[in-house]
Write a protein that binds this ligand. Structure first.
Ligand code: BGC
Ligand code: BGC
Length: 463
């Protein structure tokens, strides 16, 4: 059966500055933590860096035309902080702002709605050298930066997002250290999480102050879909602990104005949380126009003690502070090239969870997609039936969530282009559009054609 999405539903793709722009040393841009990290031997697969990436900085106009040809109505991109404010403080770097102004103008000329994310992981290196996210000052720097970008682009960008996936910034960046800046320190990770929350709150206030009244403010999280391996009480408790560290550490203060009591108790051996000042939770809880959720795959946990089933594994290195005793299990089913299980019910569960937890707050799927080993055929086309299957199943999950009452306003496929997949370098292809990195030639995959049809018609065809 063909099903219709609501009128006005936003159909788009998403990217992030460091993953696509390249031009790392042009236009006054300074290094971010990802430049430093990717240039450190052993940190990324094959030593890949974002120096050139997909060269989007120089191919901006062509890339926008590509989106227009695909009939996409929205585009979620991020601003590179060190491109527009190279030292992380003080006045703006005009060439940096000019790039984003030109991008936004191109998008608007083609009737594509710009959805701007202020922070997708590329902290100016100077701010990391001053202590990074574990330091409170970084949250204030972020608010200044948010204000500066809003002043420059607020006349033409309506939809603003403060942070992308602060979980990854805090716990992959400072906990397990597999992402920039590559620190492995549980206390630093928890401090980073709080200061990212504070940055969101102060940043949202700065946006409200600078944007016209129709400006919309959001944040994008990657809430964990954490499942207990069995219904045994110790497995359910492991689920509760990881849910606190993966999701409620952000949604607690952002949506409800307080850190969860169980999180504070679970982490008491690491910190007394005295870095949370009076008034912080209130500053973090700001009115939002929507909540962005990113979803790829669920997490299955159990207590490390014997529950009668097969043993799970500890995560090594673990991004979760104080999560000793929790075992992670491989979910069943098909897998993507990331070795992530394909489970659209997780997206349904997530949307319904937030529809119930924060009634009245519109939701946007700001990222969803899959990596596969896509290769051009002899005739130059790229066929990716597995991605079409993935997208179909997840859009069907969105459709079911809407039917069950979730107010979902849009869907952004990750990603427009194959790009720099962080620590995996260029080895993982998430794009609807194939990129030949030697020539920078873009080739829409069959999934791009398929998604284009869905976006144009607002209809999910039978599968
Ligand atoms: C996912 C999160 C998840 C976390 C813990 C991350 O890679 O993006 O959604 O909560 O892993 O497994
Ligand atoms: C991030 C993207 C990343 C994608 C796939 C999300 O966690 O926001 O930058 O490329 O997942 O790993």
């Amino acid at each position: 059966m063909t099903v219709n999405f609501p009128p006005g539903f936003l159909w788009g793709t998403a990217t992030a500055a460091y993953q696509i722009e390249g031009a790392a040393r042009e236009g006054g841009r300074t290094p971010s933590i990802w430049d430093t990290f990717s240039h450190t031997p052993g940190k990324t697969l094959g030593g890949d860096t974002g120096d050139t990436a997909t060269d989007h900085y120089h191919r901006r106009a062509d890339d926008v035309r590509l989106m227009a040809d695909l009939g996409l109505g929205a585009y979620r991109f991020s601003v590179s902080w060190p491109r527009v404010q190279p030292t992380g403080r003080g006045t703006a770097n005009q060439p940096g702002l000019d790039f984003y102004r030109a991008l936004v103008d191109d998008l608007l000329d083609h009737g594509i709605r710009p959805v701007l994310t202020l922070y997708h992981w590329d902290l100016p290196q100077e701010l990391e050298s001053a202590g990074g996210w574990p330091e409170r000052g970084t949250a204030h720097r972020f608010a200044d930066y948010a204000h500066l970008v809003a002043e420059a682009l607020g006349d033409r960008v309506e939809m603003w997002t403060t942070l992308n996936e602060p979980w990854c910034s805090a716990f992959l960046g400072y906990g397990s250290g597999v992402h920039a800046p590559g620190r492995a320190d549980d206390l630093a990770a928890l401090r980073a999480a709080h200061h990212l929350n504070l940055a969101h709150g102060l940043g949202a206030q700065a946006l409200r102050a600078a944007l016209p009244s129709h400006g919309q403010v959001s944040v994008t999280l990657n809430p964990g879909v954490v499942r207990a391996f069995t219904g045994a009480p110790q497995d359910v408790d492991a689920q509760r602990r990881i849910d606190a560290l993966a999701t409620r550490i952000f949604t607690g203060p952002m949506l409800h104005g307080a850190y969860p009591e169980d999180l504070l108790a679970d982490t008491a051996a690491i910190t007394d949380w005295s870095f949370v000042h009076d008034g912080d939770p209130a500053a973090i809880r700001q009115p939002l126009d929507s909540l962005g959720v990113n979803y790829y795959t669920p997490t299955v946990v159990a207590a490390a003690t014997d529950n009668g089933g097969p043993p799970g594994e500890a995560l090594e290195p673990s991004p979760f502070p104080a999560a000793t005793g929790v075992a992670f299990h491989r979910p069943p089913g098909k897998r993507t090239a990331m070795d992530w299980s394909v489970d659209p019910t997780g997206l349904y569960d997530l949307l319904v969870r937030f529809a119930e937890e924060v009634p009245g707050l519109p939701l946007v799927v700001t990222e969803n997609g899959a990596a596969y080993d896509d290769k051009p055929d002899g005739d130059g086309t790229v066929h990716d039936p597995e991605r079409i299957a993935y997208l179909h199943a997840h859009l069907d999950a969105v459709r079911r969530a809407i039917a069950d009452g979730a107010d979902v306003r849009g869907y952004f496929l990750w990603s427009l282009l194959d790009n720099f997949e962080w620590a995996y370098g260029y080895s993982k292809r998430f794009g609807a559009v194939h990129v030949d990195y030697a020539t920078q030639v873009r080739t829409p995959k069959s999934s791009a054609r398929w998604y284009s049809q869905v976006a144009r018609t607002g209809q999910l065809p039978p599968y």
